[in-house]
Design a protein around this ligand. Structure first.
Ligand code: FAD
Length: 389
């Protein structure tokens, strides 16, 4: 990617691409261990929720052409390479009813009671549907055995999802400051899209060798040839990093079951202590007018993006789509709703985060961190191909 690594990631980020690369290099090992810990590796989602935006009876990828641009001869491939299989869950990871109950009580023991408090009614400050986490139909999934990777999901169905996501970015033109908010919204969803593109290129199935591995050509087509898409991944990293930086002082209330996994808290500290407040300045976004109609509009539009994930037919894509949109929603809530000078009020917002919001937040940061690591690897591969050409 032809981009200057010493330039700033964005107008609202006082940090360069190189600085983010350096931070990421430092925190990567601890962040990886953190998302593999028992507290952070489970996510809960409702796989049976109806798509709220359109009637989608197309079924999952029934049309083989849905992946023609990636693999041309699907019918010749064995069963276990078909998109339905690649995009499904590793069987043992989805809990059946009984297992689910056990898992839930297991997880409840793992976290502090304050996280289980009933949420008090008040003004809506949610950027995603937190009710999903309490739904009877929701299942727990072990994220570590269901990595985000190439699934063969594509074609009209996924295009329709991406178009609807980008369509949420149509803010009314008369609001003051709508440009910055609109730009940030676009960067968030484009960064998510580019991060998914990076993962599916990095963990890609080579149908000739039957091996999984990085596919440079695909990465260049989806992400590498578009410096703005790469920059949007860095922008998202800055947004989520700032949210983590902001809640750090209030995390001491949370008991991550030190007895069960005593390293978890120290890993969080070691990750977050490498972050800096200048990485992203959320106050620029709504011109300091955080009670504005514009901010509410931004919130409800982002909430719609999280709901659009219920329309994704590929289970594994839906899982990671939900995790990441929930992670961004949680970051936005932290950045824009923890705004008072009152320490108790700030503590209350953090105490009320559900454990799944926290799990999504750290896993989303891990996804971006992995994307940045992969981008740097792809860059090396690209430079090597130039040398050998
Ligand atoms: P798409 O990626 O579908 O993009 C459509 C159009 O959007 C492009 O033609 C381009 O004009 C524009 N565009 C593309 N990228 C960007 C960007 N970063 N910023 C702005 N505009 C852009 N596939 C997997 O293999 N594994 C997964 O885990 C996975 N998860 C997914 C999760 C979700 C929520 C969705 C909606 C899709 C997921 N997919 C996944 C499918 C994947 O994102 C692509 O849709 C699919 O690979 C087809 O790609 P495409 O080249 O046709 O273009």
């Amino acid at each position: 990617c032809k981009m200057n690594k010493d330039s700033l990631v964005g107008a609202s980020c006082d940090v360069t691409f190189k600085e983010i690369n350096d931070i990421n290099h430092k925190i990567r090992p601890d962040l990886l261990s953190l998302v593999h810990s028992d507290f952070f590796k489970y996510f809960k989602l409702n796989l049976y929720k109806q798509c709220p935006f359109w009637n989608d009876n197309n079924g999952y990828c029934v049309n083989r052409a849905c992946a023609v641009d990636v693999i041309e001869d699907w019918d010749q491939l064995p069963e276990y390479w078909q998109p339905e299989v690649l995009g499904g869950f590793a069987n043992e990871s989805v809990s059946a009813d009984k297992v689910r109950d056990d898992e839930c009580s297991f997880l409840d023991q793992l976290c502090d009671n304050s996280l289980n408090q009933m949420r008090q009614r008040g003004p809506d400050i949610e950027y995603c549907d937190v009710e999903d986490f309490h739904n009877d139909q929701s299942v727990l999934v072990d994220l570590t055995v269901n990595p985000e990777r190439f699934t063969g999901y594509g074609g009209e169905q996924s295009s329709q999802i991406w178009s609807s996501v980008y369509r949420e970015n149509c803010f009314s033109i008369n609001e003051t400051g709508q440009c910055l908010a609109k730009d940030a919204f676009y960067r968030l969803v484009s960064g998510l899209h580019a991060s998914i593109g990076t993962h599916l290129s990095n963990d890609h199935l080579n149908t000739e060798t039957a091996k999984w591995g990085p596919n440079l050509e695909l990465f260049m087509l989806r992400v590498g040839n578009f410096p703005d898409r790469v920059a949007n991944i860095y922008f998202n990293y800055a947004v989520v990093a700032k949210a983590l930086w902001k809640i750090q002082p209030y995390l001491s209330h949370l008991e991550f079951c030190n007895a069960y996994h005593e390293d978890v808290k120290s890993m969080i500290t070691s990750v977050v202590s490498n972050l800096d407040s200048k990485i992203f300045n959320e106050n620029l976004l709504f011109h300091d007018d955080i009670s504005s109609k514009l901010k509410d509009d931004f919130r409800s539009r982002f909430k719609n993006v999280t709901k659009i994930m219920d329309c994704v037919h590929c289970d594994r894509c839906r899982l990671w789509g939900k995790v990441q949109t929930t992670g961004y929603a949680t970051s936005l809530k932290i950045l824009f709703e923890i705004d008072s000078d009152d320490e108790d009020a700030k503590q209350t917002v953090v105490d009320k985060l559900t454990k799944y919001e926290l799990i999504a937040l750290f896993n989303t940061f891990d996804r971006l961190s992995k994307s940045i690591e992969s981008i740097n690897n792809f860059e090396k591969m690209y430079n090597n191909t130039l040398l050998t050409a």
